[in-house]
Ligand binder design. Structure first.
Ligand code: 5GP
Ligand code: MN
Length: 368
């Protein structure tokens, strides 16, 4: 979806070449390309911002774009609202990332002098969190949004939004290719983009993984990406405490077969008992979906510090967790992966969740 130009959504075009069908990569439309080129035609102060609790896609897309823009001669700073998990801290360029929560004065100064602010992997300004949001709202910079979540807000001069995309990293790849068809991705750029595509697609297995995604991945590998090393860096770094916490999560799992639903709860005490650090529960929610017959999985994690219950939702087939999270838990995301939060206690939140399920019985029964 292109906003505000409202032009038709770019489609994967193809032509026949002898016996083969050759798909071209998804490029941005010409009008948007020229808009972006105009904005970037001279050296600019640029800030790249990701969402609160940044994940592999937010960090990977921001750093991938960072290396590209820096190479064009711009002065670029990547700002994340808060810290991110250790399993992402090996990515090339992470040492340059500024964390708003830790250094708001510096970050505010950078946002104030920015001519251009890219917002990556989110599409409403609330997603940076209440502390940082006012600084973006009062900025005079030109905003460019690159994002694949549903229902984008209208705050950017250029909105590159495509909910069919696997990841913002894949979109950054197409964005750069559209601006610069002859571009050579450096290994650092390619490693960041590969990582975000890998983490957002569950290692290329979710329905959002298209044949084009695989072509992008192939091209990134041709740029020197060490796919197996990346996989190890992301997935094979569990501490014994994390695995024990996973055990507690399994113990706390409730399976409601009548509603094809499985959910996990973790109290603050559970987290404390396992020396919890940000990112330690990454992927836990997916185990619910691996149960035969389950189409809806959730995890509810108590945060005493934020005084909320942080929730992740995952689904299979046509059951929209984006709608579910938006309608009931102040959240959103994608059709099959969304997040939200609750200000009730953990027990009250679970009571509310269970009381809502009957309304969705039909949708859950017919999800796949
Ligand atoms: P996770 O469960 O991994 O935190 O998030 C799943 C997906 O939903 C991600 O794409 C994330 O960006 C999105 N998401 C998570 N929390 C929220 C939220 O509170 N609001 C919205 N709009 N999206 C969210
Ligand atoms: Mn993403």
């Amino acid at each position: 979806m292109w906003i505000p130009s409202q032009e038709k959504k770019p489609e994967i075009s193809f032509f026949r070449l002898n016996a083969f069908i050759v798909y071209s990569l998804v490029l941005m439309d010409k009008k948007t390309v020229s808009e972006v080129k105009n904005i970037l035609d001279s050296a600019k102060e640029i800030a790249i911002v990701g969402h609160r609790n940044p994940d592999g896609d937010a960090i990977g897309s921001s750093l991938g774009l960072y290396f590209y823009l820096k190479n064009l001669g711009h002065n670029v700073t990547v700002i994340m609202p808060n810290d991110f998990p250790d399993f992402l801290k090996w990515l090339p360029g992470v040492e340059t990332i500024k964390i708003y929560e830790k250094d708001s004065t510096d970050c505010d100064a950078m946002l104030e002098k920015a001519d251009v602010i890219f917002t990556l992997d989110f599409n409403t300004l609330e997603r940076v969190g209440q502390t940082m949001q006012p600084s973006l709202e009062k900025s005079d910079a030109q905003f460019i949004m690159i994002d694949h979540h549903q229902q984008p807000a209208d705050y950017a001069v250029v909105t590159y939004s495509d909910t069919s995309m696997s990841s913002t990293c894949e979109m950054v790849f197409h964005f750069i290719k559209s601006l610069d068809p002859e571009v050579k991705f450096s290994k650092d750029m390619a490693t960041n983009l590969y990582t975000g595509i890998m983490t957002d697609t569950g290692s290329f297995r979710y329905a959002s993984t298209s044949s084009t995604t695989h072509r992008v991945i192939a091209e990134l590998m041709d740029c020197g990406v060490e796919n197996s090393v990346i996989h190890q860096n992301i997935f094979d770094t569990n501490t014994p405490e994390q695995i024990k916490l996973l055990g507690t999560a399994f113990d706390n799992m409730t399976i409601l077969m009548d509603y094809k639903t499985a959910f996990i709860t973790l109290t603050q005490d559970d987290l404390d008992a396992h020396n919890f650090k940000k990112g330690d529960t990454e992927g836990f929610v997916n185990y619910g979906l691996s149960i035969q017959g389950v189409v809806f999985a959730a995890i509810f994690i108590e945060s005493k510090q934020d005084q909320i219950i942080k929730i992740s939702f995952r689904s299979k087939g046509s059951f929209s967790v984006n709608d579910f999270a938006r309608n009931h838990f102040n959240g959103g995301g994608h059709e099959n992966a969304a997040g939200g939060r609750s200000s009730l206690t953990l027990d009250e939140t679970i009571e509310k969740f269970i009381s809502i399920l009957p309304t969705y019985k039909d949708a859950l029964d017919h999800a796949i």
